[in-house]
Design a binder for this molecule. Structure first.
Ligand SMILES: [Mn+2]
Length: 302
């Protein structure tokens, strides 16, 4: 069965510790388990000191058939950093904010042009999601309408086709919004005058939502992740309706900077990103053995 691991963000030492804790061993240079397949929810890069090592570990596992790796928003942005639209603009604008978010990866790639080119090419081949018989995996938001929008732009492995990349930055195209939703989540603009500062001190005027929630209605209840919740309005989000989830199969996500002891979001949804990037955070996984609903006791973390 499957071990689904959270965002690594270049913390290769924590990744290795988690692999060891789950009984994986390194043979012929490749981490592997005799009975289990690893699944990474993406976000391999940015922030930590083991950028290249993280990619090398997971790419080797992927290519040897011991792991699935899907695209996180950081891989999506890494491709966009070096890929231009039809007007010659980078898909990921080279602003100071974007540059600082990507700095650890770019620094690790300095003088490593061959490795960098090869890694970007590999990122482009990563599927946006997995829909296996037993489970689904996506980085941020399983949204049927967005999945339908991107479908004509996907290859048989659910990776974006080459022609889709230059179009993906065009905010007038439905493709752009759909990719943003799938990889970055369902975001909602705050009412005029409201903002919060994220963990890097950048002002944010939109919140990431608990898009799966069937009960929460207000901005404050629906906000997920970093940011002082107390600063958010208690009024309901106008129009209200969030996509929700159909619970047809267990779903695994990364992305959300969860804090505390790993636990399920709902009986059918597990986020495996428990914020390894912070000193008190965890590198976590969910060890899936076919159970429905999911179970809090199946999390493991280091
Ligand atoms: Mn992440």
């Amino acid at each position: 069965m499957y071990d689904i691991i959270g965002d690594v963000h270049g913390y290769a030492d924590r990744l290795i510790a988690l692999l060891k804790a789950m009984g994986y061993t390194k043979k012929n240079g490749v981490w592997q388990h005799p009975e289990r397949t690893l699944i990474s929810v993406g976000d391999l890069v940015d922030r930590g000191t083991g950028q290249r090592e993280t990619v090398d570990i997971l790419r080797a596992m992927h290519e040897a058939g011991y792991a699935h790796v899907i695209m996180g928003n950081h891989e999506y942005n890494a491709v966009g950093w070096v890929t231009q639209d039809h007007q010659g603009n980078y898909l990921r604008p080279h602003t100071e904010k974007n540059k600082s978010q990507h700095a650890a990866f770019l620094a690790a790639c300095e003088g490593q042009q061959g490795w960098y080119n090869s890694t970007i090419a590999w990122f482009k081949q990563l599927p946006l999601f997995l829909d296996l018989p037993e489970l689904r995996v996506i980085h941020a938001c399983w949204h049927e309408a967005s999945l339908a929008t991107v479908k004509p732009f996907l290859d048989s492995n659910n990776a974006l086709i080459e022609e889709a990349w230059p179009l993906s930055g065009d905010t007038r195209q439905a493709l752009h919004g759909a990719l943003e939703t799938l990889t970055k989540g369902w975001e909602v603009a705050l009412p005029a005058g409201y903002f919060f500062a994220d963990k890097d001190g950048h002002k944010r005027y939109r919140i990431r939502t608990k898009w799966w929630s069937e009960t929460a209605r207000s901005y404050r209840e629906l906000a997920v992740g970093a940011g002082p919740k107390g600063a958010l309005p208690t009024q309901d989000i106008p129009g209200g309706a969030l996509p929700g989830y159909d619970n047809k199969k267990p779903l695994f996500l990364g992305h959300y900077w969860m804090r505390g002891t790993p636990h399920l979001l709902t009986p059918y949804i597990a986020c495996v990103d428990w914020t390894v990037v912070e000193p008190t955070g965890l590198m976590a996984a969910y060890r899936y053995d076919g159970e429905q609903p999911l179970c809090n006791s199946k999390f493991i973390s280091v």
